[in-house]
Design a protein around this ligand. Structure first.
Ligand SMILES: Cc1ncc(C[n+]2csc(CCOP(=O)(O)OP(=O)(O)O)c2C)c(N)n1
Ligand code: SF4
Length: 286
């Protein structure tokens, strides 16, 4: 076993991990490995970490992991994660789910968690489709691309998840791919290390649904596509909009310091507990 998989295996639940539900070659396994190495590299105790997901292929990740885990209802991981974080502010809370889960049924939770600058890391595996349920289109399915519910091509415009996160209020926004697994792990590590709503979009492949419907070929070919279309932030800065037209930018896209909900909420609790202790002292003394 090489060093990489040694680390991964330390965090897998022995009885739950194999066989897993993913199609051979699916990028979700790479995203999970990158996430595990990020957590391991930060030296976090397993008990200090909660991993929360909704429903979908991506959302199976926590099922296999030996942290505090919650596999919740479709679209609701950020709501559950908010509860976990407020109940235990010391916990590192990581949400990992698909583009359908987080941006369609869960879209409202997504924008409000970002707006509140909730101290959660949100990892969105973007495979441009609903993988688990048969290739229905999602809010990230690109214009004209085929899906089982859009057999004549997507007629809606799609979300750019990273841009949506930034404009909604996220204070750390990054994008990586499953081809660039080491960079992806570093981006996740930076995101987990931050206070506030940190967001990582992971460009991944669903060759079984999206790839098959759009004739994009095997898992290998789709992952090769990521390599050919990813442009690092520093390189993108020197390119014209025309040169970037069919490309996507990777790396840390945005960072900002802003007060977060969890700290502000804690200040209120501290203030009222101080005031009620002081008034109890006054009552006892009078
Ligand atoms: C309330 C509700 N609506 C719909 C579903 C069916 N459902 C399960 S997973 C899923 C989509 C998953 O797509 P995505 O979040 O993109 O994840 P992927 O499978 O691609 O990783 C849907 C619609 C459900 N389980 N619950
Ligand atoms: S259906 Fe798509 S997203 Fe789901 S495991 Fe298979 S390749 Fe991955």
């Amino acid at each position: 076993m090489d060093q990489m998989s040694n680390v991964t295996h330390k965090y897998l639940r022995p009885k739950k991990s194999f066989p897993n539900v993913w199609c051979p070659g699916c990028g979700i396994g790479i995203a999970m490995g990158a996430m595990i190495r990020a957590i391991d590299g930060l030296g976090l105790d397993k008990n200090q970490v909660a991993v929360v997901s909704g429903i979908g292929c991506t959302a199976r990740i926590p099922v296999y992991l030996d942290f505090n885990t919650l596999h919740t209802t479709h679209g609701r991981p950020l709501a559950f994660a908010t509860g976990v974080k407020l109940a235990n502010p010391k916990m590192k809370v990581i949400v990992v789910s698909g583009d359908g889960d987080l941006l369609a049924i869960g879209g409202n939770h997504f924008i409000h968690a970002a707006r509140r600058n909730m101290d959660i890391t949100c990892i969105l595996v973007n495979n441009y489709i609903y993988g688990m349920t048969g290739g229905q289109y999602s809010p990230t399915t690109p214009f004209k691309k085929l899906s089982s519910t859009g057999p004549y091509g997507m007629i809606e415009q799609s979300f750019d998840p990273a841009e949506l996160a930034r404009t909604a209020g996220a204070t750390f926004v990054a994008r990586g791919t499953v081809f660039h697994a080491s960079q992806l792990s570093r981006l996740m590590s930076q995101a987990i290390n931050r206070h506030g709503f940190s967001f990582v979009e992971v460009i991944s492949n669903c060759h079984t649904q999206y790839g098959r419907l759009n004739r994009e070929g095997s898992a290998v070919k789709m992952i090769q596509w990521q390599k050919d279309h990813a442009v690092p932030v520093s390189v993108a800065a020197k390119k014209t909009p025309e040169e970037l037209e069919d490309k996507f930018i990777t790396g840390v896209l945005y960072e900002q310091e802003k007060p977060g909900y969890v700290e502000e909420y804690q200040k209120i609790i501290d203030r009222f507990s101080r005031e009620s202790t002081e008034s109890m002292v006054r009552v006892t003394e009078s």
